[in-house]
Design a protein around this ligand. Structure first.
Ligand code: SF4
Ligand code: SF4
Length: 199
C-alpha cells in the first residue's frame, strides 16, 4: 500500500537512479584512467618521488657525490648512511653510501638538500620484496639504479662565471688633450721643404 510518504520515496529513488545513469552516460565515451597492471605499466610523472638513486657524471661515469653528508643530515628517518673521511688534502673520499628503503618515507628532503646533482628520487617503483634485507641498497646498487636516470646537472651551472659587461662608449674615459696650439709639423713635409730650400 502506498501512502504519501511511500510514493514520495519511490519518486526520490527514481530521481536518484536517473542522476546516476546520467553520470554513467557522461563517462561512457571517455578513455579509462585505470590500467591493467601488471601487464600494463604506468609511467610516473617526471617529478614523482620514487626510489632514491645516486647520479653519475654523464662524461666520466663517476658518482657526483662529494660526501658532504647534507642529505644524511636532512633525512628525518635516518635512512641514509654515509662514510666519507677527509684525507690529508682535506678532501672527502666517499667510502660508504647506503639507503635503507625500509626506513625511507619518500619525503624528498635528501634530494632538496643536495647541491651537487648527486642524488635523485627516480621515477621507479616495483622493488617490493619478501626479504627486508633486499631493501637495503649500497652505493653500487644505488649507482646502478641511477645510471640511466635523466637529470639536470646543476654543478655546471654553478661553475659558469658571470660575464662582465663590456664598457660602453659613454663609460670609456676620454683622454683629455692637454696640448694647446697648432698640431706638430709633419716630419716628411718639413724634410721636403728643407730640400727645396737647399736646391
Ligand atoms: S626521501 Fe626522505 S626519508 Fe627517504 S632517504 Fe630521502 S630524506 Fe630520507
Ligand atoms: S648525495 Fe649530495 S648531499 Fe648527499 S653526500 Fe652526496 S653530494 Fe652531499
Amino acid at each position: 500500500m502506498l501512502d504519501g510518504t511511500g510514493s514520495m520515496g519511490v519518486f526520490k529513488d527514481i530521481k536518484n537512479l536517473l542522476i546516476g545513469m546520467r553520470i554513467t552516460g557522461k563517462h561512457l565515451g571517455r578513455h579509462a584512467i585505470t590500467i591493467q597492471y601488471p601487464e600494463e605499466k604506468w609511467t610516473m610523472p617526471e617529478r614523482s618521488r620514487g626510489v632514491v638513486v645516486l647520479l653519475s657524471d654523464k662524461e666520466t661515469g663517476e658518482l657526483n657525490c662529494t660526501g658532504c653528508m647534507l642529505c644524511m643530515r636532512a633525512c628525518p628517518t635516518a635512512a641514509i648512511e654515509i662514510d666519507a673521511p677527509r684525507g690529508e688534502d682535506k678532501k672527502r673520499t666517499l667510502k660508504v653510501f647506503n639507503v635503507d628503503n625500509a626506513l625511507c618515507c619518500y619525503c624528498g628532503l635528501c634530494e632538496e638538500a643536495c647541491n651537487f646533482s648527486a642524488l635523485k628520487m627516480a621515477t621507479m617503483y616495483e622493488y617490493s620484496t619478501p626479504d627486508k634485507g633486499d631493501l637495503f641498497w649500497d652505493m653500487k646498487k644505488l649507482q646502478e639504479a641511477g645510471r640511466d636516470v635523466p637529470y639536470e646537472d646543476k654543478r655546471k651551472k654553478k661553475k659558469a662565471k658571470p660575464v662582465e659587461a663590456a664598457p660602453t662608449k659613454e663609460a670609456t674615459p676620454v683622454k683629455e688633450d692637454t696640448q694647446t696650439g697648432p698640431p706638430p709639423p709633419d716630419d716628411k713635409a718639413s724634410d721636403t721643404a728643407e730640400k727645396e730650400d737647399e736646391g
